[in-house]
Write a protein that binds this ligand. Structure first.
Ligand code: NAP
Length: 259
């Protein structure tokens, strides 16, 4: 399917690895020029070069922390007249509800709520002026069904979701859509970081920890970056202009709910 976004300019935050990289690859495959970001320059450059070679699109890289004011300013300086924004950053650390103090909550809110909101506020006005834009926020299945040990994520991402619910309906008439993609477990470094402590605690291998978790998912496996990226690219496509303020679960059926 032609997604109709060849030549569009896409900013993909936190995209040297994992779900962000999946989105960058799929948008490049659809013909978008990219601004890619991550903190570590080496992996970022390697990912960018692979995409340039595979898809022949232009890829600018910005090695910076997207959760800080300085890092965001650098990404925004490279963004130019961005048509597409994919918001992403690392997830907050696990723990239990009584573990966190105010500083922990502020850090989580900065990373997973206020940073994407700042990017939206910076780039959506230009999209509205030009009459077309797409924003996809990578959040989590924890927005629909809280994950007990990820209380910081549950809280911060739900805050972003509330902001998007209101904002998306205020900008839609200008041709700009804002939607959220809610990953369940995907085969990324982040998944390994969550499985590692489980393996250590239960005295099992990483593979066994992964197999046990996979058995709890109706699809029987982890999601792939390619699947995730393809859905992101579709939401950014010409075909998805009537999709406004939605929360799309990509979790292999793990969230047991009728709607
Ligand atoms: P990942 O594999 O660990 O990749 C994270 C990517 O983001 C890397 O490129 C990393 O590069 C970059 N990054 C992290 N923090 C950054 C920052 N502050 N500024 C700029 N770049 C940053 O993670 P993932 O699995 O793709 O997860 C992406 C998001 O989805 C996270 O918020 C995660 O919590 C959420 N999520 C993931 C899953 C899953 O199963 N994978 C499920 C639910 C939710 P650098 O380290 O070099 O910066």
């Amino acid at each position: 399917m032609d997604l109709g976004i060849k030549g569009k300019r896409a900013v993909v935050c936190a995209s040297s690895k994992g779900l962000g990289l999946g989105c960058a690859q799929a948008l490049a495959a659809a013909g978008c020029d990219l601004v890619m970001n991550a903190r570590g320059a080496e992996a970022l450059e390697a990912a960018a070069e692979t995409i340039r070679t595979a898809h022949g699109v232009s890829v600018e890289t910005v090695a910076a922390d997207i959760t800080g004011d300085d890092g965001r300013a650098k990404v925004l300086a490279a963004a130019g007249q961005a048509d597409i924004l994919v918001n992403n950053a690392g997830g907050p650390p696990p723990g239990m509800w009584h573990d966190w103090d105010r500083a922990d909550f502020i850090a989580a809110l900065d990373a997973n709520m206020l940073s994407p909101i700042a990017m939206i506020k910076a780039l959506v006005p230009g999209m509205m002026d030009r009459g077309w834009g797409r924003v996809v926020n990578i959040t989590s299945q924890s927005v629909k069904a809280p994950i007990p040990q990820l209380g910081l994520s549950n809280a911060a991402r739900t805050g972003l979701t509330g902001y998007v619910a209101g904002t998306s309906r205020q900008v839609a008439s200008a041709g700009v859509t804002i939607n959220n993609l809610l990953p369940g477990i995907h085969a990324t470094d982040r998944a390994e970081a969550l499985d590692g402590p489980v393996a250590a605690r239960d005295g099992i291998s990483l593979e066994e920890a992964r197999a046990r978790r996979s058995a709890t998912i109706p699809a029987g496996r982890y999601g792939s970056l390619e699947e995730f990226g393809a859905v992101c690219a579709f939401i950014c496509s010409q075909h998805a202009g009537f999709m406004v303020g939605q929360n799309i679960l990509l979790d292999g059926g793990a969230t047991n709910a009728t709607i």
